[in-house]
Write a protein that binds this ligand. Sequence first.
Ligand SMILES: Nc1ncnc2c1ncn2[C@@H]1O[C@H](COP(=O)(O)OP(=O)(O)O)[C@@H](O)[C@H]1O
Ligand SMILES: [Mg+2]
Length: 264
Amino acid sequence: MNAHQNDTPILRAEHFTKYLTGRKILDDCSISMRPGDVKVLIGPSGAGKSTFLQCINCLLEPDQGEIWLGERKVDFKNTKELYDLRQHVGMIFQEFNLFDHLSAERNVALALRKVRGMSRADALERAHAELARVGLEDKAKLYPAQLSGGQKQRVAIARALAMDPTILLLDEPTSALDPELVGEVLTVIRDLAAHGMPMIMVTHQMEFARAVATEILFMESGRVIEQGSPEELLAPGAQTRTQDFCTRLLELCGEAEPSQEARS
Ligand SMILES: Nc1ncnc2c1ncn2[C@@H]1O[C@H](COP(=O)(O)OP(=O)(O)O)[C@@H](O)[C@H]1O
Ligand SMILES: [Mg+2]
């Protein structure tokens, strides 16, 4: 992946601060993405991880801070620029957010038709290609109710990929899944990473983070309090908050999914 790297970040979020109902939820959080970067955000529930992701694609507007797409600073007050930012930044949520009344192929094709203005035939052709990329070419005609949780999340990933995102944001993409379905979704994400898709992912899947992350950011109380490579932060015996958190996750959760806790 290092072969892809150059000097200009494709996206930078700088010094984000966000208040919600009078409380400071994000406090001076920054992240910078270069081609091929896979950054994993971890930290306790309520740390501000989801808020940070939502500010990065301006689903929530930060109260302070800047976003840069390549060399260009995004003007939050400019609707066209916000729209452009969201075109570049794909988002995957914990709970899939598929339309139940649309088949898998039509879930993927919808934005291609509505946003890109593609013809029905072209949109469906692209949808099939994206469904094939996540291993679901034979499920294109099925409705969400006919799919497993893992398959639904793969459809959601195919839908995001169909928009040709510059980077993907994934907010606990496997936390709503039964344990036996986590692997198939992580395999798809790992494959995207291996093909150089830049991504920022909130997850408690520490083996995934260790294997795939180019950097781990540990958040607590709205701040990034630790940041480094998995080798640095998760070295055996490393005296880091990240290592400590992982040890506690394993102790607390045993064989249960650590991220089944209620989403905040
Ligand atoms: N819409 C909201 N209004 C007020 N507080 C919120 C809102 N969304 C999240 N929060 C609070 O912000 C903090 C961070 O939430 P969140 O970003 O979801 O954390 P995480 O994803 O790390 O669990 C929590 O204390 C949460 O209660
Ligand atoms: Mg969250």
